[in-house]
Design a protein. Sequence first.
Length: 210
Amino acid sequence: MSVGAPVDTRQRLIDVAGEVFAEVGYRDATVRDICKLASANIAAVNYHFGDKLGLYRAVFEADYSRTVGEHPLDGDVSANASPEDRLKAYVGNFLERLFDVQKPIYISKIISREMVDPSEAFVEICDRFMRPNWELLVTVIRQIVGPGGDPQVIYRCATAVIGQIVYYKQCRVFVSRMNPGQAYTADERATLADHITEFCLAGIRAVGAK
């Protein structure tokens, strides 16, 4: 066995598992089927990941580590920067992560599945890979609203911000149909980030002042 073989097997299992999880969901995916498609021995899953949950977790970890490494949640903007600048960096980098051309398409499909039909792995996946993104946004919005802001108003604002960002990705076909001029080049993504930030800032300030 060559030195690189175990690494290749591990990555191959992650890639194939991602496709299978996206296609049939976590519950119906089987280690046997994944290993067959990956031309790997079932023991390889136990060796590299421990079990199916470990493999599911690894699918998220692989994508999260790379995309957050290239497009940090905070956009490399200091925590001491103005909340407006922090929000703009957050929105811009979130868009970049979503439209990263190297991002496996199965990640979006798996997340969509978890949103409408959570698996037994949802709580762990949510807390490990989604909560940091959410808590950063809540912190920034709380700074914009100011002391004494209603927590539920802040949470609803955070949901509204994320909803606008994700919509452009999850509903891209619809958006392009309704607005044929919508493009997703680097320049257009920057324009979208500016628009979403400006729109959300106005809304946050309006509802936060009530």
